[in-house]
Design a protein around this ligand. Sequence first.
Ligand SMILES: C[S@@+](CC[C@H](N)C(=O)[O-])C[C@H]1O[C@@H](n2cnc3c(N)ncnc32)[C@H](O)[C@@H]1O
Length: 294
Amino acid sequence: MSSAAPRPWQLLALLDETSRFFAAKKIDNPRLQAELLLADVLALKRLDLYLRFDQLLSAAQVDAYREHVRQRLRGVPLQYITGKAGFRNLTLAVDQAALIPRPETEILVEAALEHLRGCEAPQVLDLGCGSGAIALALAQECPAARVKATDISPPALALARRNARQQGLEERVAFCCGDLLAPLQPAGQFHLIACNPPYVCRGDLDGLEPQVRDYEPRLALDGGEDGLDFHRRLVEQAAPFLAPRGMRGRGVGVGQADEVAGLLQQRGAFAPARIRPDLAGIPRVVSALRSGGR
Ligand SMILES: C[S@@+](CC[C@H](N)C(=O)[O-])C[C@H]1O[C@@H](n2cnc3c(N)ncnc32)[C@H](O)[C@@H]1O
């Protein structure tokens, strides 16, 4: 006698069960994560799920969803499971080659756009571009800008190039591989240098939350002993690449803003730095205009 076929899952029931399961396993925002994973499997926008609560899912859809859920329970970040992340107006492809773009980095883009307003044909540099988030957002939101983006990681650059193609921005963004400014000539050409460097103190790396520590590239996180290695090198090297009154803006880790502003001050080639907070009031972006000196 053949056993009865399993009852098909209804979309809402599957979401309810998964959210309860995620909550029991202490996954943050359990309902949201359950929805985003299911929306990905069904190739829908998350909110469209709400119009289909009664829909019955096929066995293949349920299997694909369960695989997503299993990965999330293993600690894989949601964006690496779905292969995409939102950043400003863009949906970017992401994988373990590059850091998942963070919401606080959007503040750096905001500060950059403010500076570029009124520049006729600005030349822009994104150092350590990762997935290309900053470079591509600036190219998209400032159509007059010509953007260069560098990274030391060839797999990250491959991902950034793919994102540029997918966004139709490949003509406006040039990529090159190398250590910080090494691939470029110091010709005072950039109206803006944006950088979200690795800034985690080396001693803190092992204590990061597992989904960051175990899945995001160390190269994108490790900022040296005190987390400021890249900031020091950039302060030392960036001025000759900046046009007069050109701005350098950087993302900083929690508690680093004053130190980074101090480094810029000591360098002597920059006007006093401006510090911008995120929505929680945590200083996240330090920017300064080139004033003179070498
Ligand atoms: C914190 S991630 C930022 C990625 C991206 N800009 C973002 O905000 O999502 C830092 C990036 O710097 C790159 N990087 C690390 N060391 C570098 C170096 N010496 N020269 C250039 N890029 C470097 C890493 O590969 C990584 O992509």
